[in-house]
Design a protein around this ligand. Sequence first.
Ligand SMILES: Nc1ncnc2c1ncn2[C@@H]1O[C@H](COP(=O)(O)OP(=O)(O)OP(=O)(O)O)[C@@H](O)[C@H]1O
Length: 235
Amino acid sequence: MKPTRFIDSANCAIEGILYTARTQKHMRNHFLAALVVLIATLFLHVTALEFILLTLSVSFVLFAELMNTAVEVVVDLVSPEYHPLAKIAKDTAAGAVLVAAIGTAVMGYLILSHYIFPVYKEMLGMIGTPTEMGTLVSILIVVIVVIIIKTRTSRGTPLQGGLPSGHAALAFSIATSVSLNTKDPMVSILTIALATMVSHSRLLLNIHSLREVVLGALTGTGITLAVLLLFKVAG
Ligand SMILES: Nc1ncnc2c1ncn2[C@@H]1O[C@H](COP(=O)(O)OP(=O)(O)OP(=O)(O)O)[C@@H](O)[C@H]1O
């Protein structure tokens, strides 16, 4: 039945939001990101203008995902079978979400980095600047530990497969060293992004499972931090 009262229309709208959250994993991720941003604004004491900009950006992503779902449902209704035009409609709607998400990520970065970077820089400073020797030794120890652990687990060879992922361990070890050597949050983010891409490629190639990649990343980061701290204490 067609809703006549405002409350019924509002209920229909909320049902649409719930349907999207129930059926679309991306929508649940957007809600989770919105929650994280909201909690961050609480702790970081952002200005009213910054809060308005963040709210608008996050709402825009949620809006785009709702429209994307509406387009998907209409396309499935009109063209359940494969059709090139149906593909264009769905791909374009998905593109709208991607554009909104990139815009929001840029906005979030520009606003939140002013608050987060100084704290991050201070944390990097607490560990100190590694020596050249410390950096090299930590990377070598990561390689040796990974090989030892791999020989104890049955799957894979020292250079391919098995637990933990050597590529992830090495990539995150290097990212940790670069972060501590430069103490520049932007450089740190970029190297961590590169390390994440290296690790992700091992998943895509089906050489490692998610567990092996995550354990590799933790092994690389943990050992590098521990060795560099030891060098600091010893030096
Ligand atoms: N009827 C169709 N005709 C042609 N291509 C289609 C059709 N249905 C889906 N596709 C293709 O499959 C992709 C995924 O469509 P699907 O309906 O599964 O959306 P989804 O998995 O919810 O994706 P999204 O991540 O965009 O929300 C579309 O972007 C499109 O390229």
